[in-house]
Design a protein around this ligand. Structure first.
Ligand code: PLP
Length: 473
């Protein structure tokens, strides 16, 4: 492909992209395919000779798109969204075009300094206190892994980096039973051992019980173990429960334990002053993560990781082979030392585009809109005697189940709701996901798509009621 053809095909693609954004809500949100259906359509071996753009693009349209689950559709209300916006997609095109590898200041000075500045803008925008400084990571899972590695090095005075874990010490980590599975994965990877992760019980609202946390820490201390890190969640994956950060923070300060806050999804809501109560106690935290790639209209991947002690972070990861040394090292940030991978994409660009295009007020308006849509739907569900809310709704995630009043057997209710979710998915008109809360099968509906309007929510609620009624007919 030469430059002339690139120009032509790029225009074709942009036309397709604009059509897609316009039409995606009419696509089946989940494809009607079985495992292996797409694989069957792909050749067993890579082509020996190059193929035309037309052939590749046609196969994209005919084979790939029909096999996609459309996260971009406003009928996608499952998991947490990975939402995006026009400015972020445009910036992503530029990032790919520049193709910069942003491992150090020298390799892309503007990328480094833009990252520094947008992370500072974002810090101010969510009222994270100084001296927190931020760096963009790929995912919240990776950010939390970085936090755990920092905690590990802090508690052992960098001994594990040098010599590995000492044989005679056991280091413990604490989170709630509702914490995201990535924490358990990170604990395994960081070498703590899964058996040394304590899952603290939650209260009736699915938030961590701080009393139980302190009791567990005291018990571990008595047994000679070394409590190393606590992970508090602001907005759990199951039900967006908010762990009581203030009480947890006071306990961490008292016992000198590293505190990491996982606000992967809900962190975006800290843009709203009326929701900053969620971060009360943040002054006790050592690190904090939230994902603009979930609810802040910045396409995947973009995870904002903030640390109180920049030096601790850099010392945990820094490595300085000759070939990476640059004359500016003493005067600049080399983000390769702020996390795990050496190579880094230019992710700050899309954040810059999003922040400038929406403005903070534009972002707040959209987030408030989502929360208000959720509260309206929550009220409608509350008024319907056949549906039951399963958890509080602090943000824009509603946990519910179909519960006709003549069924009180929990096993039957679980089966009924599992079937209802299957029917919803099969309809291709709506995509929802589930969790279990207190052992009860719970359907989640998350209203965070960039282009979500009231009519989409009304249509979803109507479909849920109709499918539920049909099951009982
Ligand atoms: C609370 C919480 N933490 C962490 C994660 C993991 O996020 P990521 O995919 O960025 O690793 C999720 C994903 O939904 C989450 O809800």
């Amino acid at each position: 492909m030469d430059n002339k053809k690139f120009r032509k095909h790029a225009h074709q693609l942009v036309d397709w992209m604009a059509d897609y954004f316009e039409e995606v809500e009419d696509y089946p949100v989940k494809p009607d395919v079985q495992p292996g259906d797409i694989l069957k359509q792909l050749p067993d071996e890579a082509p020996v000779q190059g193929e035309s753009f037309e052939a590749i693009f046609n196969d994209f349209k005919d084979t790939i798109v029909p096999g996609m689950t459309h996260w971009e559709s406003p009928n996608f209300m499952g998991y947490f969204p990975a939402n995006k916006s026009y400015p972020s997609v445009l910036a992503e095109m530029l990032t790919a075009t520049l193709g910069a590898q942003c491992m150090s200041w020298l390799t892309s000075p503007a990328a480094t300094e833009l990252e520094e500045q947008v992370m500072e803008w974002l810090r101010q925008a969510i009222a994270l206190p100084k001296p927190f400084t931020g760096v963009i990571q790929g995912t919240a899972s990776t950010s939390t892994l970085c936090a755990l590695l920092m905690a590990r090095e802090q508690v052992t005075d960098f001994e594990v980096n040098e010599n590995g874990f000492p044989n005679d010490d056991t280091f413990t980590v604490y989170c709630s039973s509702e914490t995201h599975s990535s924490i358990e994965k990170d604990v395994k990877i960081a070498g703590f051992g899964r058996q040394n992760l304590r899952k603290i019980e939650v209260d009736d609202d699915y938030a961590m019980n701080p009393k139980a946390l302190e009791e567990t820490i005291r018990k571990d201390l008595k047994e000679g173990l070394k409590p190393t890190a606590v992970i508090a969640t602001t907005g759990t994956t199951g039900s967006t429960a908010i762990d009581p950060l203030k009480e947890i923070g006071q306990i961490c300060s008292k016992y000198e334990i590293f505190l990491h806050v996982d606000a992967a999804y809900a962190g975006t809501a800290l843009l709203l002053p009326e929701l900053r109560w969620m971060n009360e106690g943040i002054e006790h935290a050592d690190s904090f993560v939230f994902n603009p790639h979930k609810w802040m209209f910045t396409n995947f991947d973009c995870s904002a990781f903030y640390v109180r002690d920049e030096a601790l972070l850099v010392r945990t990861f820094e490595i300085m082979p000759e070939y990476l040394k640059t004359p500016e090292d003493e005067r600049v940030k080399n983000y390769r030392d702020w996390g795990i991978p050496l190579g880094r994409r230019f992710r700050a660009l899309k954040l810059w585009f999003v922040l400038r295009s929406f403005g903070l007020e534009g972002l707040k308006e959209k987030i408030r809109h989502h929360i208000s849509l959720a509260h309206t739907l929550k009220e409608e569900m509350e008024q319907n005697e056949n549906f039951e809310l399963m958890a509080p709704v602090p943000l824009n995630t509603i946990c519910f189940r179909f519960h006709p009043n003549y069924i009180d057997d929990e096993k039957k209710l679980n089966e009924l709701n599992q079937k209802l979710l299957e029917k919803i998915q099969q309809s291709g008109k709506l995509f929802l996901t589930h969790t279990k809360l207190d052992g009860k099968y719970t359907i989640r509906i998350v209203l965070g798509n960039t282009n979500l309007e009231k009519r989409h929510v009304d249509r979803a609620w109507k479909l849920i009621r109709e499918l539920a009624q049909n099951m009982m007919a």
